[in-house]
Design a protein around this ligand. Structure first.
Ligand code: HEC
Ligand code: HEC
Length: 285
C-alpha cells in the first residue's frame, strides 16, 4: 500500500507535464456522449441491480483503492510523509452532506461545494465516465451507512505547498482540461468496450493517450508486447507478472482494482491494447 500512495503522489506531480490535447486526438469518438459503459449498466428500473453495479464501479474506478475498501477514508501521510496533511475523506460521512448533483460535479470536475481545492481525485478521467455508470455509482454511495470518524480537512504540508507554488502540484479541477478531448486512440467500434476501460482507468496513470507518464508509468502499447494475452489477463486479474517479476504499484492495481472487471471487459481491454500495439508497429514501418 505504501508504494501505491507514494506513486500516486508522483502521478499528480507529473500531471503538469501532460501535453494539451492535439488535433489528432480530437478525431477520436467523443467518449462523453458515447453509450459505452461497464457491463451491467442496463439496470433500467431495477434499483438493486443499479446499486450492485455501482458497487462494482466504485472498485474499478479506484475509489476503494484510495478511500479504503470500506470507503471510510485514510490519512495519506500514514503511508508517505510527503503526503502529510492529505486526507482521502471518509466517504460514508461525506455523502449525506452532498446532493447527487454536487457529488457528480465533485467527481467529474473536481469542484467541491464548500472547499476551494480538491487534490488527488482523478476527475481528469471521471469526466469521461458514462452517465449510466455514474448514476449507479452515486446510487450505491447513497446506500452507505455513515461509519467511523469523519476525516479532517486536507491541508497541504510545506513541501506540497512549495510544489504547488512552483506550478507542480495541480488540483483535481486543474487536471480536468488536460484530458478533455484528449482520449486514447480509437481503432473502431469493435474495440469500444476495451477502449472505455482504458479511458476511465488505465489513462489515470498511463497518460490520456496511454503512451506513458514520464518516470511513472510506461507506454501501454509498448508494454503489451512483452506479454502474451493469457499473461496479461492473469496480471490484470491477480497482479502477478510473468516469472513473478516485481511490477510495483501495478501489482496492487491488478489484484485490487482490475480484478473486479468482468472477464469480457478484461478480454476486450487486452484486445484493444494489442490492437494499439499492432497499429503503432505498422505506423513505424
Ligand atoms: C487517488 C486517490 C483517490 C481516488 C482514486 C478517489 N479519491 Fe475521492 N478523494 C481523495 C482525496 C485525497 C480527497 C480529499 C481531497 C481534498 O480534500 O483535497 C477526496 C475527496 C472525496 C470526496 C469529498 C469528501 C468530502 O469530505 O466532502 C468524495 C465524496 C470522494 N472523494 C469520493 C470518491 C469516489 C466516489 C471515488 C471513485 C469514483 C473517489 N473518491 C476516488 C482521493 C481519491
Ligand atoms: C494508479 C495508477 C495505475 C493505473 C490505474 C494503472 N496502472 Fe499500469 N502501471 C502503473 C505503474 C506505476 C506501472 C509501473 C510499475 C513498475 O514498473 O514499478 C505500471 C505498469 C504497467 C504494466 C507493465 C508491467 C510490467 O510488466 O512491467 C502494464 C502492462 C500495465 N501497467 C497495464 C495497465 C492497464 C492495462 C491498466 C488499466 C486497466 C493500468 N495499467 C492501470 C500504474 C497504474
Amino acid at each position: 500500500m505504501r508504494g501505491f500512495v507514494v506513486l500516486l503522489a508522483g502521478a499528480s506531480l507529473f500531471a503538469c507535464a501532460v501535453e494539451q490535447s492535439n488535433e489528432d486526438s480530437l478525431e477520436g469518438a467523443v467518449l462523453e456522449d458515447a453509450a459505452v459503459t461497464f457491463q451491467g449498466a442496463d439496470y433500467g428500473d431495477d434499483e438493486a441491480a443499479k446499486v450492485a453495479h455501482g458497487e462494482r464501479v466504485s472498485k474499478v474506478l479506484l475509489c476503494t483503492a484510495c478511500h479504503t475498501p470500506t470507503l471510510t477514508g485514510t490519512h495519506m501521510g500514514n503511508f508517505d510523509p510527503t503526503l502529510d496533511g492529505i486526507w482521502a475523506s471518509n466517504v460514508t460521512r461525506a455523502v449525506p452532506d452532498l446532493t447527487d448533483e454536487q457529488l457528480e460535479t465533485l467527481l467529474r470536475e473536481g469542484v467541491h461545494p464548500t472547499r476551494d481545492e480538491i487534490y488527488m481525485m482523478p476527475s481528469k478521467v471521471y469526466q469521461k465516465v458514462s452517465d449510466a455508470d455514474m448514476a449507479a455509482l452515486i446510487a450505491y454511495l447513497r446506500t452507505l451507512e455513515p461509519t467511523g470518524e469523519p476525516t479532517p480537512l486536507t491541508k497541504l504540508n510545506p513541501g506540497l505547498a512549495e510544489a504547488r507554488a512552483a506550478g507542480q502540484y495541480p488540483t483535481s479541477a486543474e487536471e480536468v482540461p488536460l484530458y478533455a478531448g484528449n482520449h486514447p486512440p480509437d481503432p473502431g467500434e469493435e474495440y469500444a468496450l476495451g477502449r472505455y476501460v482504458a479511458t476511465v482507468n488505465c489513462a489515470d496513470c498511463h497518460g490520456p493517450q496511454l503512451d506513458g507518464e514520464d518516470g511513472f508509468a510506461p507506454d501501454l502499447s509498448q508494454m503489451v508486447g512483452t506479454y502474451s494475452d493469457a499473461e496479461l489477463v492473469q496480471m490484470l486479474t491477480t497482479g502477478e507478472a510473468p516469472g513473478g517479476r516485481d511490477i510495483g504499484l501495478m501489482s496492487f492495481i491488478g489484484a485490487n482494482v482490475t480484478s473486479h472487471l468482468t472477464d469480457e471487459e478484461r478480454a476486450d481491454l487486452v484486445a484493444y491494447l494489442r490492437k494499439l500495439s499492432e497499429d503503432k508497429m505498422a505506423a513505424a514501418q
